[in-house]
Design a protein around this ligand. Sequence first.
Ligand code: ATP
Ligand code: MG
Length: 322
Amino acid sequence: MKQQVATSPLLEVKNLVVEYVVGNKIVHAVSDVSLEIARGETLGLVGESGCGKSTLGRAVLQLRPAQSGKVLFDGADLTSMRGEALRKMRRRVQLIFQDPIASLNPRRRIGDIIAEPLVIAGYKDANKRRELVREVLGAVGLDPALVVDRLPHEFSGGQCQRICIARALVLNPEFIICDEPVSALDVSIRAQILNLLEEMKTRFRLTLLFIAHDLAVVKAVSDRVAVMYLGRICEVGPSEQLFAKPAHPYTALLIEAIPVPDPDVRPAESVPVGEPPSLGLSFPYSLPARGQEMCRGRPRASTHSSGQIRGLPSSANLGREP
Ligand code: ATP
Ligand code: MG
């Protein structure tokens, strides 16, 4: 997916804050996040489970209201859009979920599932819908004649993810949020789905936000990578640079934890899990002990040339200098 990218951003997220109220507590799922994604770019978003990746993706699509902040898509503010304007804009932005089988209605035939976005978008001609469904199924490597009349349970996980990709592509979107699109799949077919996404990206000129907690996958597909920790982006940078020279200690811990397929190499210490982003416990105070140790004595991480680093802990916040 790595390719030359244009400079003007297709998506701009500005100081986005998303919170959940759970009983009498507030979960700060996304805290003051700012990001830019250029046209044609794949931005990888990585971080441990519960750090707010999916919430950020849903808030970008306006599926989850934000407490504050802006989401600009192609210059238009999605957060202030309502009704028909938002529906029109949503055709240009799609989402692929983690669990392909669970995201397909088990009672509906594949042809109807893929045609549904077309129906919602107002395509009234049934023949045209069938033609577009056949076309997109062919593009994702499935034989329309063998697929359209069958039900989701008749397909494997990998085939279901192909169907989900077809559903996401049928309206010819410009931007797709892929929320852990391969983590629920068998290792043997992950590469096939990643290759398919890469092929679709080129063919349909897509821009991708690729969410994952697997750094190896993110490294393989992303032009730039954003590292999220407890609701905040702690580092953004070009993929090669971020992996070769992580600026933030948490990124370094994540990279250290990537398994090496060599029996002689000792497994790295697992990444310590931080406190959930709940009331009174937010970044950086809940940075795990080892992360705090690594941060101590380090200067504030510098900004990557083409990325931005926001909300980094100052050494004062993390304890006394040694
Ligand atoms: P994973 O890698 O496991 O998918 P994630 O990074 O996508 O995790 P989110 O699902 O965005 O994380 O969750 C961020 C935080 O918000 C977590 O603490 C989670 O428990 C909380 N959260 C998510 N959805 C809800 C909800 N509907 N109601 C209350 N809290 C929620
Ligand atoms: Mg998630």
